[in-house]
Design a protein around this ligand. Structure first.
Ligand SMILES: Cc1cc2nc3c(=O)[nH]c(=O)nc-3n(C[C@H](O)[C@H](O)[C@H](O)COP(=O)(O)O)c2cc1C
Length: 219
């Protein structure tokens, strides 16, 4: 199969939010939202913090599934607990299989690990704990929706910033400061995971805010 991640809307160098499903040696299924960086048309990379079931399962099985969906309920269930059994696609799992995908996704990628290395990213504002970087080949793409587009936080952050821009002149000082803080946070996210168009759009928006007399002090 000719693997090309652009078929699921993934471009080289960009990060997308996905749900990774894995399985342990007892065939217990697990799902967790994980950011996936597209390294090439058939390669991905993710950074997973120590202590997660996903990381343990990937280290043990060397295989996993990246589910591509924009379903808010799947993302929320996977974040707040685990996804219920009936939302995993059991038809694809056999005794010898270490892969399981979710039902009703736009697409999913079957991935085989090439390399696992240590990674400590001190710039992460949330956690400074240890993580592993996992580089994998995408060996199959199952496309359920021809218009699949993997979620990218950059665009959503830009839209939020644009909405706040349209309101900033009509709110009180406290809310203005809040919007400017949000703008800086969106800029940080976009610098990290956004497309070059998202970055350019944020520069335009920054200029528009400055033209209105707002100062953006943390660049
Ligand atoms: C949108 C989103 C993206 C996430 N990306 C990552 C990631 O790239 N790496 C990571 O270690 N955790 C990430 N997380 C946090 C994990 O999903 C979370 O720690 C989860 O509890 C791990 O579950 P598990 O123990 O079942 O593997 C993300 C969470 C969300 C909501």
């Amino acid at each position: 199969m000719n693997i090309d991640l652009s078929s699921v809307g993934m471009e080289k160098g960009q990060q997308y939010e996905t749900i990774i499903t894995t399985i342990n040696k007892d065939k217990d299924k697990n799902a967790a939202p994980i950011g996936v960086i597209c390294k090439d048309k058939d390669k991905i990379m993710c950074r997973i913090f120590e202590g997660s079931t996903t990381l343990d399962n990937i280290i043990n099985q060397k295989e996993f599934i990246v589910n591509i969906t924009l379903d808010p309920i799947l993302f929320t269930l996977a974040t707040t607990g685990n996804i219920p059994e009936d939302l995993f696609d059991k038809s694809n799992i056999s005794d010898s299989d270490s892969l399981v995908n979710l039902k009703n996704t736009d697409a999913y990628l079957k991935c085989k690990v090439i390399k696992i290395k240590d990674a400590i990213k001190k710039s992460d504002p949330i956690r400074k704990s240890e993580a592993k970087v996992i580089i994998s080949d995408v060996v199959d793409i199952v496309l359920n929706n021809k218009c699949t587009k993997a979620a990218n936080r950059g665009f959503y952050s830009l839209v939020e910033s644009l909405v706040n821009f349209t309101r900033i002149d009509i709110v009180d000082k406290e809310k203005k400061d809040y919007f400017l803080d949000r703008f800086l946070e969106s800029k940080r996210i976009i610098n990290k995971v956004g497309s070059k168009e998202d970055k350019l759009a944020m520069d335009l928006l920054k200029k528009a805010l400055e033209d209105k007399g707002y100062s953006i002090n943390n660049d």
